[in-house]
Design a protein around this ligand. Structure first.
Ligand code: HEM
Length: 488
Protein backbone atom coordinates (compact mmCIF):
# COMPACT_ATOMS: atom_id res chain seq x y z
CA UNK A 1 0.00 0.00 0.00
CA UNK A 2 2.80 2.33 1.01
CA UNK A 3 4.55 1.45 -2.24
CA UNK A 4 1.55 2.50 -4.38
CA UNK A 5 1.25 5.67 -2.34
CA UNK A 6 4.82 6.59 -3.26
CA UNK A 7 4.26 5.76 -6.94
CA UNK A 8 1.07 7.85 -7.10
CA UNK A 9 2.70 10.70 -5.21
CA UNK A 10 5.66 10.68 -7.61
CA UNK A 11 3.38 10.61 -10.67
CA UNK A 12 1.36 13.50 -9.27
CA UNK A 13 4.52 15.52 -8.61
CA UNK A 14 5.79 14.81 -12.15
CA UNK A 15 2.43 15.81 -13.68
CA UNK A 16 2.28 19.04 -11.70
CA UNK A 17 5.90 19.77 -12.62
CA UNK A 18 5.15 19.10 -16.31
CA UNK A 19 2.04 21.31 -16.21
CA UNK A 20 4.14 24.03 -14.59
CA UNK A 21 6.75 23.67 -17.31
CA UNK A 22 4.03 23.69 -19.97
CA UNK A 23 2.93 27.05 -18.61
CA UNK A 24 -0.48 25.85 -17.42
CA UNK A 25 -0.27 27.87 -14.21
CA UNK A 26 0.95 31.11 -15.64
CA UNK A 27 -1.53 33.95 -15.15
CA UNK A 28 -1.34 37.55 -16.19
CA UNK A 29 -0.21 39.64 -13.23
CA UNK A 30 -1.30 43.25 -12.64
CA UNK A 31 0.33 45.69 -15.09
CA UNK A 32 1.69 42.90 -17.30
CA UNK A 33 0.94 43.02 -21.07
CA UNK A 34 -2.03 40.92 -22.31
CA UNK A 35 -1.12 37.22 -22.12
CA UNK A 36 -2.02 34.75 -24.90
CA UNK A 37 -0.90 31.17 -24.32
CA UNK A 38 -2.80 29.57 -27.20
CA UNK A 39 -4.53 26.22 -26.77
CA UNK A 40 -1.68 23.74 -27.00
CA UNK A 41 0.25 23.18 -23.75
CA UNK A 42 3.93 24.15 -23.93
CA UNK A 43 3.82 24.69 -27.72
CA UNK A 44 1.40 27.60 -27.39
CA UNK A 45 1.46 29.53 -30.69
CA UNK A 46 4.66 27.85 -31.85
CA UNK A 47 3.23 26.36 -35.03
CA UNK A 48 1.60 29.55 -36.32
CA UNK A 49 4.65 31.62 -35.42
CA UNK A 50 7.02 29.27 -37.22
CA UNK A 51 4.77 28.98 -40.26
CA UNK A 52 4.46 32.73 -40.83
CA UNK A 53 5.73 35.01 -38.08
CA UNK A 54 4.56 38.22 -39.82
CA UNK A 55 1.01 36.91 -40.15
CA UNK A 56 1.02 35.63 -36.56
CA UNK A 57 2.18 38.96 -35.13
CA UNK A 58 -0.32 40.87 -37.23
CA UNK A 59 -3.19 38.74 -35.93
CA UNK A 60 -1.96 39.12 -32.33
CA UNK A 61 -1.66 42.87 -32.74
CA UNK A 62 -5.24 43.08 -34.04
CA UNK A 63 -6.40 41.10 -30.98
CA UNK A 64 -4.27 42.59 -28.19
CA UNK A 65 -2.83 45.93 -29.36
CA UNK A 66 0.78 47.01 -29.59
CA UNK A 67 2.25 44.99 -26.73
CA UNK A 68 1.40 41.39 -25.74
CA UNK A 69 3.01 38.26 -24.32
CA UNK A 70 2.68 34.91 -26.10
CA UNK A 71 3.78 31.37 -25.43
CA UNK A 72 5.98 29.96 -28.19
CA UNK A 73 7.47 26.49 -27.74
CA UNK A 74 7.83 26.69 -23.97
CA UNK A 75 9.12 30.25 -23.99
CA UNK A 76 7.24 33.47 -23.20
CA UNK A 77 7.85 36.31 -25.66
CA UNK A 78 6.57 39.82 -25.19
CA UNK A 79 6.28 41.49 -28.60
CA UNK A 80 6.44 45.24 -28.86
CA UNK A 81 4.69 46.54 -31.97
CA UNK A 82 4.83 50.30 -31.30
CA UNK A 83 7.79 51.70 -33.28
CA UNK A 84 7.79 54.89 -31.20
CA UNK A 85 8.72 52.77 -28.16
CA UNK A 86 11.53 50.76 -29.78
CA UNK A 87 14.17 53.08 -28.31
CA UNK A 88 13.25 51.91 -24.80
CA UNK A 89 14.26 48.35 -25.74
CA UNK A 90 17.30 49.19 -27.81
CA UNK A 91 18.79 51.51 -25.24
CA UNK A 92 17.97 49.62 -22.05
CA UNK A 93 20.96 48.52 -19.95
CA UNK A 94 22.27 44.99 -20.41
CA UNK A 95 21.56 44.22 -16.76
CA UNK A 96 17.83 44.48 -17.59
CA UNK A 97 17.45 43.57 -21.28
CA UNK A 98 20.31 41.45 -22.53
CA UNK A 99 21.15 40.53 -26.10
CA UNK A 100 24.13 38.29 -25.28
CA UNK A 101 22.33 35.65 -23.22
CA UNK A 102 19.71 35.19 -25.94
CA UNK A 103 22.37 35.13 -28.70
CA UNK A 104 24.31 32.47 -26.77
CA UNK A 105 21.32 30.11 -26.81
CA UNK A 106 20.69 30.70 -30.50
CA UNK A 107 24.24 30.27 -31.74
CA UNK A 108 24.67 27.12 -29.71
CA UNK A 109 21.66 25.74 -31.52
CA UNK A 110 22.51 26.86 -35.05
CA UNK A 111 26.33 26.74 -35.05
CA UNK A 112 27.08 24.43 -32.13
CA UNK A 113 29.37 27.20 -30.94
CA UNK A 114 29.77 28.10 -27.27
CA UNK A 115 31.06 31.66 -26.86
CA UNK A 116 33.00 32.77 -23.82
CA UNK A 117 32.65 36.06 -21.94
CA UNK A 118 34.95 37.92 -24.36
CA UNK A 119 33.70 36.65 -27.71
CA UNK A 120 31.22 39.45 -28.37
CA UNK A 121 33.64 42.20 -27.32
CA UNK A 122 36.31 40.67 -29.53
CA UNK A 123 33.90 40.59 -32.47
CA UNK A 124 32.98 44.23 -31.92
CA UNK A 125 36.63 45.33 -31.64
CA UNK A 126 37.67 43.47 -34.82
CA UNK A 127 34.63 44.83 -36.68
CA UNK A 128 35.32 48.41 -35.64
CA UNK A 129 38.91 48.01 -36.79
CA UNK A 130 38.33 46.25 -40.11
CA UNK A 131 34.76 46.94 -41.24
CA UNK A 132 34.43 50.65 -40.48
CA UNK A 133 36.40 53.88 -40.99
CA UNK A 134 39.93 53.56 -42.35
CA UNK A 135 40.10 49.81 -41.74
CA UNK A 136 37.39 49.35 -44.36
CA UNK A 137 39.81 50.32 -47.13
CA UNK A 138 41.75 47.04 -46.87
CA UNK A 139 38.60 44.91 -46.78
CA UNK A 140 37.16 46.68 -49.80
CA UNK A 141 40.39 46.18 -51.77
CA UNK A 142 40.23 42.47 -51.01
CA UNK A 143 36.56 42.35 -51.98
CA UNK A 144 37.31 44.17 -55.23
CA UNK A 145 39.92 41.55 -56.08
CA UNK A 146 37.47 38.79 -55.15
CA UNK A 147 34.75 40.27 -57.38
CA UNK A 148 37.16 40.66 -60.26
CA UNK A 149 38.25 37.09 -59.83
CA UNK A 150 34.75 35.62 -59.90
CA UNK A 151 33.15 38.05 -62.37
CA UNK A 152 35.79 38.62 -64.97
CA UNK A 153 37.39 35.24 -65.38
CA UNK A 154 35.52 34.25 -68.51
CA UNK A 155 35.42 37.68 -70.07
CA UNK A 156 35.18 37.65 -73.85
CA UNK A 157 37.09 40.16 -75.93
CA UNK A 158 35.92 42.49 -78.70
CA UNK A 159 37.33 40.05 -81.28
CA UNK A 160 36.24 36.86 -79.66
CA UNK A 161 32.80 37.04 -78.03
CA UNK A 162 31.76 34.05 -75.99
CA UNK A 163 28.32 32.52 -76.37
CA UNK A 164 25.55 33.61 -74.02
CA UNK A 165 24.90 31.72 -70.82
CA UNK A 166 21.62 31.90 -68.93
CA UNK A 167 21.36 32.34 -65.19
CA UNK A 168 18.67 33.35 -62.70
CA UNK A 169 19.15 36.79 -61.18
CA UNK A 170 19.04 35.44 -57.61
CA UNK A 171 21.61 32.74 -58.24
CA UNK A 172 23.81 35.11 -60.22
CA UNK A 173 23.90 37.85 -57.52
CA UNK A 174 24.21 35.51 -54.55
CA UNK A 175 26.86 33.37 -56.24
CA UNK A 176 29.07 36.34 -57.22
CA UNK A 177 28.77 38.14 -53.90
CA UNK A 178 29.23 34.99 -51.83
CA UNK A 179 32.29 33.72 -53.67
CA UNK A 180 33.99 37.11 -53.77
CA UNK A 181 33.23 37.64 -50.06
CA UNK A 182 34.44 34.18 -49.13
CA UNK A 183 37.76 34.74 -50.90
CA UNK A 184 38.12 38.24 -49.42
CA UNK A 185 37.47 37.05 -45.87
CA UNK A 186 39.13 33.64 -45.78
CA UNK A 187 41.94 34.11 -48.29
CA UNK A 188 43.18 32.59 -51.53
CA UNK A 189 45.02 29.49 -52.55
CA UNK A 190 48.73 30.31 -51.98
CA UNK A 191 50.86 30.68 -55.07
CA UNK A 192 54.14 29.69 -53.40
CA UNK A 193 52.78 26.19 -52.87
CA UNK A 194 54.32 25.30 -56.20
CA UNK A 195 51.17 26.00 -58.20
CA UNK A 196 51.26 28.53 -60.98
CA UNK A 197 49.31 31.76 -60.55
CA UNK A 198 46.70 30.70 -63.08
CA UNK A 199 46.26 27.30 -61.46
CA UNK A 200 45.77 28.93 -58.05
CA UNK A 201 43.15 31.25 -59.58
CA UNK A 202 41.33 28.34 -61.18
CA UNK A 203 41.42 26.52 -57.87
CA UNK A 204 39.88 29.54 -56.07
CA UNK A 205 37.10 29.68 -58.66
CA UNK A 206 36.22 26.01 -58.51
CA UNK A 207 36.64 25.80 -54.74
CA UNK A 208 34.50 28.87 -53.99
CA UNK A 209 31.77 27.45 -56.24
CA UNK A 210 31.79 24.21 -54.26
CA UNK A 211 31.61 26.16 -50.97
CA UNK A 212 28.68 28.20 -52.31
CA UNK A 213 26.74 25.04 -53.17
CA UNK A 214 27.17 23.70 -49.62
CA UNK A 215 26.43 27.09 -48.08
CA UNK A 216 23.11 27.29 -49.92
CA UNK A 217 22.12 23.90 -48.54
CA UNK A 218 22.73 25.17 -45.01
CA UNK A 219 21.05 28.47 -45.81
CA UNK A 220 17.87 26.68 -46.80
CA UNK A 221 17.81 24.60 -43.63
CA UNK A 222 18.71 27.54 -41.39
CA UNK A 223 15.30 29.11 -40.57
CA UNK A 224 13.78 25.79 -39.53
CA UNK A 225 16.95 24.85 -37.67
CA UNK A 226 16.63 28.05 -35.65
CA UNK A 227 13.00 27.13 -34.82
CA UNK A 228 13.91 23.47 -34.04
CA UNK A 229 11.64 22.24 -36.83
CA UNK A 230 13.96 19.92 -38.75
CA UNK A 231 13.13 16.31 -39.52
CA UNK A 232 15.55 13.60 -38.42
CA UNK A 233 17.08 13.37 -41.92
CA UNK A 234 17.50 17.15 -42.09
CA UNK A 235 19.22 17.17 -38.69
CA UNK A 236 21.68 14.61 -40.01
CA UNK A 237 22.24 16.82 -43.05
CA UNK A 238 22.96 19.80 -40.80
CA UNK A 239 25.54 17.74 -38.90
CA UNK A 240 27.25 16.76 -42.15
CA UNK A 241 27.28 20.41 -43.26
CA UNK A 242 28.70 21.54 -39.90
CA UNK A 243 31.52 19.03 -40.31
CA UNK A 244 32.15 20.26 -43.85
CA UNK A 245 32.42 23.92 -42.82
CA UNK A 246 34.32 23.31 -39.58
CA UNK A 247 36.89 21.37 -41.53
CA UNK A 248 36.99 23.82 -44.44
CA UNK A 249 37.39 26.87 -42.22
CA UNK A 250 39.47 25.14 -39.57
CA UNK A 251 42.42 26.95 -38.06
CA UNK A 252 44.71 24.40 -39.72
CA UNK A 253 43.26 25.01 -43.17
CA UNK A 254 42.85 28.75 -43.20
CA UNK A 255 46.37 29.40 -42.00
CA UNK A 256 47.58 27.67 -45.15
CA UNK A 257 45.80 30.33 -47.22
CA UNK A 258 47.10 33.64 -48.48
CA UNK A 259 45.52 37.06 -47.81
CA UNK A 260 43.22 36.10 -44.93
CA UNK A 261 41.34 39.23 -43.89
CA UNK A 262 42.39 41.09 -40.74
CA UNK A 263 38.77 40.74 -39.53
CA UNK A 264 38.98 36.92 -39.51
CA UNK A 265 42.63 36.78 -38.44
CA UNK A 266 42.25 39.11 -35.42
CA UNK A 267 39.20 37.27 -34.11
CA UNK A 268 40.88 33.90 -34.51
CA UNK A 269 44.01 35.11 -32.66
CA UNK A 270 41.97 36.82 -29.93
CA UNK A 271 39.99 33.65 -29.19
CA UNK A 272 43.18 31.56 -29.14
CA UNK A 273 44.80 33.99 -26.69
CA UNK A 274 41.69 33.80 -24.52
CA UNK A 275 42.21 30.01 -24.29
CA UNK A 276 39.31 28.84 -26.49
CA UNK A 277 40.00 25.30 -27.77
CA UNK A 278 40.83 24.94 -31.45
CA UNK A 279 37.75 22.89 -32.36
CA UNK A 280 35.53 25.65 -30.94
CA UNK A 281 37.43 28.32 -32.90
CA UNK A 282 36.80 26.30 -36.10
CA UNK A 283 33.09 26.54 -35.33
CA UNK A 284 33.36 30.28 -34.80
CA UNK A 285 34.80 30.68 -38.30
CA UNK A 286 31.63 29.23 -39.76
CA UNK A 287 29.56 31.64 -37.70
CA UNK A 288 31.57 34.53 -39.18
CA UNK A 289 31.08 33.23 -42.71
CA UNK A 290 27.35 32.98 -42.16
CA UNK A 291 27.02 36.42 -40.52
CA UNK A 292 28.89 38.03 -43.40
CA UNK A 293 27.23 36.14 -46.24
CA UNK A 294 23.73 35.12 -45.20
CA UNK A 295 22.15 38.48 -46.03
CA UNK A 296 24.51 40.18 -48.45
CA UNK A 297 23.93 38.11 -51.60
CA UNK A 298 20.12 38.11 -51.24
CA UNK A 299 20.16 41.88 -50.57
CA UNK A 300 22.15 42.51 -53.75
CA UNK A 301 19.58 40.44 -55.65
CA UNK A 302 16.68 42.52 -54.31
CA UNK A 303 18.47 45.77 -55.15
CA UNK A 304 19.09 44.75 -58.75
CA UNK A 305 15.67 43.23 -59.12
CA UNK A 306 14.02 46.51 -58.06
CA UNK A 307 16.32 48.58 -60.25
CA UNK A 308 15.70 46.35 -63.27
CA UNK A 309 11.95 46.58 -62.73
CA UNK A 310 11.99 50.37 -62.22
CA UNK A 311 13.70 51.94 -65.24
CA UNK A 312 13.52 55.47 -63.83
CA UNK A 313 15.18 54.40 -60.59
CA UNK A 314 17.85 52.55 -62.57
CA UNK A 315 18.46 55.62 -64.72
CA UNK A 316 18.86 57.94 -61.72
CA UNK A 317 21.16 55.55 -59.87
CA UNK A 318 23.21 55.09 -63.05
CA UNK A 319 23.45 58.83 -63.59
CA UNK A 320 24.68 59.39 -60.06
CA UNK A 321 27.18 56.53 -60.15
CA UNK A 322 28.46 57.67 -63.58
CA UNK A 323 29.00 61.17 -62.23
CA UNK A 324 30.79 59.97 -59.10
CA UNK A 325 32.99 57.59 -61.11
CA UNK A 326 33.83 60.39 -63.55
CA UNK A 327 34.67 62.83 -60.75
CA UNK A 328 37.11 60.25 -59.42
CA UNK A 329 38.93 60.33 -62.80
CA UNK A 330 38.02 56.75 -63.58
CA UNK A 331 36.14 55.22 -66.43
CA UNK A 332 34.35 51.90 -66.74
CA UNK A 333 34.84 50.43 -70.21
CA UNK A 334 35.39 47.03 -71.77
CA UNK A 335 39.01 46.01 -71.37
CA UNK A 336 39.77 49.09 -69.25
CA UNK A 337 41.14 49.12 -65.70
CA UNK A 338 38.78 47.92 -63.00
CA UNK A 339 37.04 50.43 -60.80
CA UNK A 340 38.34 51.44 -57.39
CA UNK A 341 35.67 52.72 -54.98
CA UNK A 342 36.73 54.97 -52.10
CA UNK A 343 34.95 56.19 -48.99
CA UNK A 344 34.75 59.67 -50.52
CA UNK A 345 32.90 58.28 -53.54
CA UNK A 346 30.48 56.49 -51.23
CA UNK A 347 29.64 59.71 -49.43
CA UNK A 348 28.46 61.27 -52.72
CA UNK A 349 25.96 58.54 -53.59
CA UNK A 350 22.77 59.69 -51.93
CA UNK A 351 20.43 58.32 -54.65
CA UNK A 352 22.01 54.87 -54.48
CA UNK A 353 21.94 55.05 -50.69
CA UNK A 354 18.23 55.78 -50.75
CA UNK A 355 17.62 52.93 -53.23
CA UNK A 356 19.54 50.54 -50.95
CA UNK A 357 17.61 51.66 -47.87
CA UNK A 358 14.34 51.25 -49.76
CA UNK A 359 15.39 47.77 -50.90
CA UNK A 360 16.21 46.75 -47.34
CA UNK A 361 12.98 48.29 -46.04
CA UNK A 362 11.08 45.95 -48.33
CA UNK A 363 13.20 42.84 -47.94
CA UNK A 364 15.05 42.75 -44.60
CA UNK A 365 13.04 41.24 -41.77
CA UNK A 366 15.22 40.69 -38.70
CA UNK A 367 13.62 39.64 -35.43
CA UNK A 368 15.42 41.45 -32.63
CA UNK A 369 15.28 39.69 -29.28
CA UNK A 370 16.48 40.60 -25.78
CA UNK A 371 16.28 38.44 -22.64
CA UNK A 372 14.52 40.02 -19.64
CA UNK A 373 17.07 39.71 -16.83
CA UNK A 374 14.93 40.98 -13.92
CA UNK A 375 11.30 41.96 -13.26
CA UNK A 376 11.16 45.50 -14.59
CA UNK A 377 8.88 48.37 -15.51
CA UNK A 378 8.73 49.12 -19.22
CA UNK A 379 7.70 52.63 -20.18
CA UNK A 380 5.97 53.02 -23.55
CA UNK A 381 6.36 56.22 -25.51
CA UNK A 382 2.74 57.26 -24.76
CA UNK A 383 3.28 56.96 -20.98
CA UNK A 384 1.80 53.51 -20.36
CA UNK A 385 3.89 51.35 -18.02
CA UNK A 386 4.01 47.55 -18.27
CA UNK A 387 5.78 45.03 -16.08
CA UNK A 388 8.10 42.61 -17.88
CA UNK A 389 8.80 39.32 -16.17
CA UNK A 390 12.28 37.96 -15.49
CA UNK A 391 13.10 34.96 -17.71
CA UNK A 392 10.84 36.09 -20.60
CA UNK A 393 12.09 37.51 -23.88
CA UNK A 394 11.12 40.76 -25.54
CA UNK A 395 10.99 40.93 -29.33
CA UNK A 396 10.78 43.60 -32.02
CA UNK A 397 9.87 42.82 -35.62
CA UNK A 398 10.52 46.06 -37.51
CA UNK A 399 9.44 44.69 -40.88
CA UNK A 400 5.80 44.62 -39.80
CA UNK A 401 5.56 47.45 -37.31
CA UNK A 402 7.90 49.89 -39.03
CA UNK A 403 8.93 49.06 -42.61
CA UNK A 404 5.40 48.19 -43.74
CA UNK A 405 3.46 50.76 -41.70
CA UNK A 406 1.55 52.88 -44.27
CA UNK A 407 1.46 55.84 -41.91
CA UNK A 408 5.27 55.95 -41.72
CA UNK A 409 5.95 54.79 -45.28
CA UNK A 410 2.95 55.53 -47.54
CA UNK A 411 2.25 52.78 -50.12
CA UNK A 412 4.65 50.46 -48.33
CA UNK A 413 4.42 47.73 -51.01
CA UNK A 414 5.70 50.08 -53.71
CA UNK A 415 9.43 50.46 -54.38
CA UNK A 416 10.26 54.19 -54.35
CA UNK A 417 13.97 54.58 -54.89
CA UNK A 418 13.94 58.19 -53.62
CA UNK A 419 11.85 57.55 -50.48
CA UNK A 420 14.84 58.28 -48.25
CA UNK A 421 16.41 60.93 -50.45
CA UNK A 422 16.57 64.41 -49.09
CA UNK A 423 17.45 67.16 -51.53
CA UNK A 424 19.27 69.36 -49.01
CA UNK A 425 21.54 66.52 -47.83
CA UNK A 426 19.89 66.22 -44.40
CA UNK A 427 18.37 62.96 -43.21
CA UNK A 428 14.71 62.68 -44.18
CA UNK A 429 12.24 62.52 -41.30
CA UNK A 430 9.30 60.15 -40.85
CA UNK A 431 6.31 60.49 -38.55
CA UNK A 432 3.69 58.38 -36.81
CA UNK A 433 0.79 59.89 -34.82
CA UNK A 434 2.43 63.25 -35.50
CA UNK A 435 5.60 62.12 -33.69
CA UNK A 436 9.00 61.71 -35.28
CA UNK A 437 10.06 58.07 -35.74
CA UNK A 438 13.63 57.76 -34.57
CA UNK A 439 14.46 54.62 -36.57
CA UNK A 440 12.51 54.76 -39.88
CA UNK A 441 14.04 51.39 -40.87
CA UNK A 442 16.00 48.79 -38.92
CA UNK A 443 17.44 46.32 -41.45
CA UNK A 444 20.75 46.18 -39.57
CA UNK A 445 19.20 45.68 -36.13
CA UNK A 446 19.91 48.29 -33.46
CA UNK A 447 21.84 48.94 -30.29
CA UNK A 448 24.48 46.54 -29.08
CA UNK A 449 23.87 43.91 -31.77
CA UNK A 450 23.63 46.31 -34.71
CA UNK A 451 25.28 44.85 -37.80
CA UNK A 452 28.96 45.84 -37.92
CA UNK A 453 29.09 44.92 -41.64
CA UNK A 454 26.73 47.69 -42.79
CA UNK A 455 29.43 50.09 -44.11
CA UNK A 456 31.05 47.22 -45.92
CA UNK A 457 27.74 46.23 -47.52
CA UNK A 458 27.12 49.83 -48.64
CA UNK A 459 30.49 49.84 -50.33
CA UNK A 460 29.68 46.54 -52.01
CA UNK A 461 26.40 47.82 -53.45
CA UNK A 462 28.13 50.88 -54.85
CA UNK A 463 30.90 48.78 -56.32
CA UNK A 464 28.49 46.46 -58.04
CA UNK A 465 26.18 49.18 -59.32
CA UNK A 466 28.33 50.51 -62.15
CA UNK A 467 29.32 46.99 -63.07
CA UNK A 468 25.79 45.65 -63.19
CA UNK A 469 23.90 48.86 -63.83
CA UNK A 470 25.68 51.63 -65.72
CA UNK A 471 27.50 49.42 -68.14
CA UNK A 472 25.41 46.37 -67.44
CA UNK A 473 24.77 45.70 -71.09
CA UNK A 474 28.35 45.28 -72.18
CA UNK A 475 29.45 43.64 -68.97
CA UNK A 476 26.63 41.13 -68.99
CA UNK A 477 27.43 40.36 -72.57
CA UNK A 478 31.12 39.94 -71.94
CA UNK A 479 30.38 37.87 -68.89
CA UNK A 480 28.19 35.71 -71.09
CA UNK A 481 25.31 35.98 -68.63
CA UNK A 482 21.73 36.82 -69.51
CA UNK A 483 19.53 37.65 -66.58
CA UNK A 484 16.18 36.06 -65.89
CA UNK A 485 14.38 38.28 -63.39
CA UNK A 486 12.50 36.87 -60.40
CA UNK A 487 10.85 33.57 -59.85
CA UNK A 488 14.00 31.60 -60.62
C1 HEM B 1 22.77 43.52 -46.57
C2 HEM B 1 23.61 42.88 -45.80
C3 HEM B 1 23.44 42.65 -44.32
C4 HEM B 1 22.30 42.72 -43.53
C5 HEM B 1 20.86 43.05 -43.95
C6 HEM B 1 22.71 42.41 -42.18
C7 HEM B 1 21.86 42.38 -41.08
C8 HEM B 1 22.26 42.12 -39.77
C9 HEM B 1 21.40 42.19 -38.61
C10 HEM B 1 19.90 42.53 -38.62
C11 HEM B 1 22.14 41.89 -37.52
C12 HEM B 1 21.70 41.96 -36.06
C13 HEM B 1 20.99 40.75 -35.57
C14 HEM B 1 20.45 40.98 -34.16
O1 HEM B 1 20.37 42.06 -33.63
O2 HEM B 1 20.04 39.99 -33.59
C15 HEM B 1 23.49 41.61 -37.99
C16 HEM B 1 24.53 41.23 -37.18
C17 HEM B 1 25.80 40.97 -37.63
N1 HEM B 1 26.28 41.16 -38.92
FE1 HEM B 1 25.21 41.75 -40.51
N2 HEM B 1 24.06 42.15 -42.17
C18 HEM B 1 24.55 42.29 -43.46
C19 HEM B 1 25.86 42.14 -43.88
C20 HEM B 1 26.93 41.83 -43.06
C21 HEM B 1 28.30 41.75 -43.49
C22 HEM B 1 28.79 42.00 -44.92
C23 HEM B 1 29.05 41.41 -42.40
C24 HEM B 1 30.54 41.20 -42.24
C25 HEM B 1 31.46 41.35 -43.16
C26 HEM B 1 28.12 41.28 -41.27
C27 HEM B 1 28.50 40.91 -40.00
C28 HEM B 1 27.62 40.83 -38.93
C29 HEM B 1 28.02 40.40 -37.59
C30 HEM B 1 29.43 39.95 -37.17
C31 HEM B 1 26.88 40.49 -36.78
C32 HEM B 1 26.75 40.15 -35.28
C33 HEM B 1 26.85 41.43 -34.49
C34 HEM B 1 26.73 41.25 -33.00
O3 HEM B 1 26.36 40.18 -32.54
O4 HEM B 1 27.04 42.20 -32.28
N3 HEM B 1 26.85 41.55 -41.71
N4 HEM B 1 23.53 41.78 -39.37
Amino acid sequence: MAFWGIVLGTLLAISVGALYLFGAFRRRRPKEPPLDKGHIPWLGHGLHFRRDNANFLQKMQEKHGDIFTTLIAGQYFTFLMDPLSFGAVVKEARAKLDFISFAKELILKVFHFRPNEDTHKLMQAASTKHLKGNGLEEMTQAMMKGLQRVMLHSLGSAEEQKPWEHDGLFHFCYNMVFRAGYLALFGNEPIQSGKEKETAKQYDLAHSEEVFVEFRKYDQLFPRLAYSMLTYTEKQEVKTLWQFFWNLLSVKHIYQKENISGWVHDQQEGLAEGGMPEYMRDRFMFLLLWAAQGNTGPASFWLFMHLLKNPQAMQEVKREVDRVVKESDQEVKPGGPVLSVTKEMLSKCSVLDSAVEETLRMSAAPLLIRAVMEDMDFLMQDGRVYVLRKGDKIGIFPYLSLHMDPEIHPEPQVFKHDRFLSLDGTRKEFYKNGKKVKYPTMPWGAGISMCPGRCFSRWLFLYMSPNLGTVGAWLMHSLCVRMVPLGT
